[in-house]
Design a protein around this ligand. Structure first.
Ligand code: UD1
Length: 389
């Protein structure tokens, strides 16, 4: 059986890593890994392949940056000949980035079966480009691998046939659990002078990159001013995405950053971090403020309070069964909820079902069973429905 997977942007890499490792255990599967080149910097791409032990991509489409239409079209144009050449029986995509959407359309139009890992998530907010990517990809998918109960409910409501959907857990959490111990040995806390001996001084972590938050002066300034206030109580470490740094500089907002490197408080900007450094930083944080999707899930498993700086989430399990609070972008509310969260301390540990480090195993077993291949190790699932809701 020939399987071709496509990844493109930073959050895809930690999702594909455990799947590639599992696929390699099945001798009958020939796997081709394609990198669209949507993310191309060492900091946003190369370092993740190195740290997560993902084999070098067999093909890099080198599409680079562009408008949504240009980037999506370029992936489609450059992927088509690769699919014609490799002739996969199944194409695998993860997450919700433009490379995911472009691959789903290209493969479906060539009548190649499509599997979507992280299917069913919905923010019900079409102004978010990822929501469109998720909905189109799910409509076209033959296998929908779902991380949380809400995904199954959303797919049912959209009329997706039951036999296509599988609740399997969360591959991003597979990667987190696999690397957590190694990440704890990262020197990042010493480098940032947050740890001396075994004592870690309290700090918060911030990430921001959603266009709705960083593309408008009023919103971005409101967010930075609120966080600047929080940073008077507790230092806030901010690894800045390149698109966010460009906006902050263009809008003249860099004055919110702490300029004194010796200061023990303030909003401190950092270059984007690698996977292990960022995991270590999050794992020891008192509080995380973010507009990322994946970080809402990671903080739930790490049991670190997370304030999501958006009006909605496509990952409600992180609120119902985790540490996440949807706070929005109103500066007053952010300040108030951050103060409460810092005062409340560590939440009780809980996590959504099947976020146990075995999602990739379940996915590959289902693929193997559906294609009547033999499983090289471990037990076969008693029935595909065993992994269903
Ligand atoms: C993309 C995804 C988003 C994901 C995010 C993680 C879409 C629609 N968005 O957003 O869902 O959460 O990745 O980072 O697919 N850039 C660099 N170096 C790179 C890549 C990009 O500097 O290696 C800069 C360029 O200025 C580029 C901008 O970042 O124009 C945006 O990159 P792009 O891939 O379009 O979207 P992200 O904002 O990264």
């Amino acid at each position: 059986m020939r399987i071709l997977s496509v990844v493109g942007a930073r959050p895809n890499f930690m999702k594909i890593a455990p799947v590639v490792a599992e696929l390699r255990l099945v001798p009958e599967i020939q796997h081709c890994l394609v990198h669209s080149g949507q993310h191309y910097d060492q900091q946003l791409s190369g370092s993740f392949f190195d740290e997560l032990g993902i084999p070098k991509a067999d093909v890099n489409l080198q599409v680079g940056s562009g408008t949504h239409a240009a980037q999506t079209a370029e992936v489609m144009k450059r992927l088509e000949p690769v699919l014609l050449d490799f002739k996969p029986d199944l194409v695998l995509v993860v997450g919700d980035v433009n490379s995911t959407l472009a691959t789903a359309i290209t493969a479906s139009k060539m009548n190649i079966r499509l599997a979507h890992i992280e299917a069913g998530l919905r923010s019900f907010d079409n102004s978010m480009p990822e929501e469109i990517n998720r909905k189109v990809t799910d409509t076209l998918s033959d296998f929908l691998f779902v991380t949380e109960d809400s995904g199954i409910r959303n797919l049912r409501a959209e009329g997706v046939p039951e036999e296509r959907m599988f609740l399997v857990g969360n591959v991003m959490i597979d990667t987190l659990l696999h690397h957590r111990e190694l990440a704890r040995r990262s020197p990042v806390l010493e480098k940032l002078r947050l740890r001396s001996g075994s004592a870690v001084s309290p700090y918060a972590v911030l990430t921001l990159h959603r266009p709705s938050n960083v593309d408008h002066l009023e919103t971005l300034e409101g967010l930075l001013s609120a966080i600047h206030q929080i940073a008077k109580q507790i230092p806030v470490l901010f690894p800045v995405h390149p698109r966010t740094m460009t906006r902050i500089q263009d809008m003249g907002l860099a004055n919110y950053f702490e300029s004194d490197p010796q200061s023990t408080t303030g909003l401190k900007s950092l270059d984007p971090l690698g996977y292990l450094d960022f995991l270590c930083l999050t794992d020891h944080a008192k509080l995380v403020l973010t507009d990322s999707g994946g970080i809402q899930e990671e903080t739930t498993v790490l049991n670190v309070p997370c304030l999501t700086l958006r009006e909605n989430t496509e990952r409600p399990a992180t609120v119902d069964q985790g540490t996440n609070q949807i706070v929005g972008t109103d500066p007053k509310r952010i300040l108030e909820v951050a103060r409460q969260a810092l005062h409340a301390g560590t939440p009780l540990p809980r996590r959504p079902p099947l976020w146990d480090g075995k999602a990739a195993k379940r996915i590959v077993k289902i693929i193997v069973q559906q294609n009547h291949l033999s499983v090289s190790e471990g037990e076969r699932l008693p029935a595909v429905s065993a992994a269903k809701n």
